[in-house]
Design a protein around this ligand. Structure first.
Ligand code: PLP
Length: 400
């Protein structure tokens, strides 16, 4: 009955959010959530989303099933956003795509597709560390999961030498998972020059790049800039797979809007791949939910709404960047021991602070500040009301 015991033990582990909820102190801060919060620490529904919902409400759409691969207007717009309007395979009609249950579902479809059809050893290499759900998603898809070095604890930056060495040593024709931008959990991304080197190594190894793009627009505030790696790889002739999520950049977390796509050789191969994608999806959930895809499609396909949305993505990204600046300035002004430049240079929603597990524990117990034990914080949980208290508390715990 080990399985039953493990289930019970699993349910006893208290998560960051549960501990936060149980804390009654008015100064408490939750930096564990992977969702954007506004200046008042509240969930944020984008204006573009509200307007799209209003358009949908007045058009009174039906609630019929979608096709297995989803809403065509949505999937078409999603791949245009990711690959760019100028993309050669996009314009040649060679990108196979299916709607998915957000980014997680896209990774799961991709994993299952590769698990079934990838011609050589079904091993996927993911960075260390990576988003906690990558390993279980790919393992459950029938792939073997291995790691390549990514993060250097000493510099709190990219371990580029380790990454290169590990990728050069993977067996030929392996699958490599790459975070397209705003790496979770570290907030450390390769530079454009480093992406070029990675692209060359992957080409030499005849490896297959699988991009996870959960934060397009969220990293820099610019959806084009954040798509650099994906577009560069495609320009270099890689046939990439791509997972897209609209959870963060449209704030559509619970609507579960995403897409899985794969660059193929030509329109004929594209239709064969799409047929196989249908065979993968059909027994999983038959067809995807309609409402969120309609919202995203309305935003992406209505020029004024699209413009407003791009502005809101930039607003969210800029607010996070301004919190990074303030946190850095506060920590330095308070004479906090250590080098804090990484707080400013890291990208996206998350920051690996470099705080140790005992320090995170002290922050929870003494200052009512909650984050994951690895010292990762969601920058979106910081705002004008709590940033000074947070910085002082961190400074205090680091000074010991
Ligand atoms: N990939 C990464 C790196 C993530 O951080 C997340 C969410 O936190 C996802 C994928 C999937 O998110 P969702 O399924 O909500 O789109």
């Amino acid at each position: 009955m080990t399985w039953l015991l493990n289930t019970l033990l699993g349910s006893l582990r208290i998560g960051v959010t549960e501990a936060f909820k149980a804390d009654k102190d008015s100064r408490k801060i939750n930096l564990g959530v992977g969702a954007y919060r506004d200046e008042n620490g509240k969930p944020y529904v984008l204006n573009a989303v509200k307007k799209a919902e209003e358009i949908l409400r007045t058009s009174n759409p039906d609630k019929e099933y979608l096709p297995i691969t989803g809403l065509p207007e949505f999937t078409k717009a999603a791949i245009k956003l990711a690959y760019g309007a100028e993309s050669a395979p996009l314009n040649e009609n060679s990108i196979a795509v299916t709607q998915s249950i957000s980014g997680t579902g896209a990774l799961r479809i991709g994993g299952a597709f590769l698990g079934r059809f990838f011609p050589s050893a079904k091993t996927i290499y993911i960075p260390t560390p990576s988003w906690g759900n990558h390993t279980p998603i790919f393992r459950d898809s029938g792939l073997e999961v291995k790691q390549y070095r990514y993060f250097d604890k000493k510099t709190v930056g990219l371990d580029f030498d380790g990454l290169k060495e590990d990728l050069k040593n993977i067996p030929e024709k392996s699958i490599v998972l790459l975070h397209a931008c705003a790496h979770n959990p570290t907030g450390v991304d390769p530079t454009p020059e480093q992406w070029k080197v990675i692209s060359n190594i992957i080409k030499e190894k005849q490896a297959f790049p699988f991009f996870d793009m959960a934060y397009q627009g969220f990293a820099s505030g610019d959806t084009t800039r954040d798509a650099f790696a994906v577009r560069y790889f495609v320009e270099q002739g890689h046939q990439v797979a791509l997972s897209q999520s609209f959870a963060k950049n449209m704030g559509l977390y619970g609507e579960r809007v995403g897409a899985f796509s794969l660059v193929t050789a030509d329109p004929e191969e594209k239709s064969r791949v799409e047929s196989q994608l249908k065979i993968v999806v059909r027994p999983m959930y038959s067809n995807p939910p309609v409402h969120g895809a309609r919202i995203a499609s309305t935003i992406l396909n209505t020029p004024e709404l699209n413009k407003e949305w791009e502005g809101e993505v930039k607003h969210m990204a800029d607010r996070i960047i301004s919190m990074r600046e303030r946190l850095y300035n506060n920590l330095v002004a308070q004479g906090t021991p250590g080098e804090w430049g990484h707080i400013k240079s890291q990208i996206g929603m998350f920051s690996f602070t470099g705080l140790t597990t005992p320090q995170t524990k002290t922050l929870a117990e003494k200052a009512h500040i909650y984050m994951t034990a690895d010292g990762r914080i969601s920058m979106a949980g910081l705002n004008g009301h709590n940033i000074d208290y947070f910085s002082e508390s961190v400074s205090k715990v680091v000074k010991g």
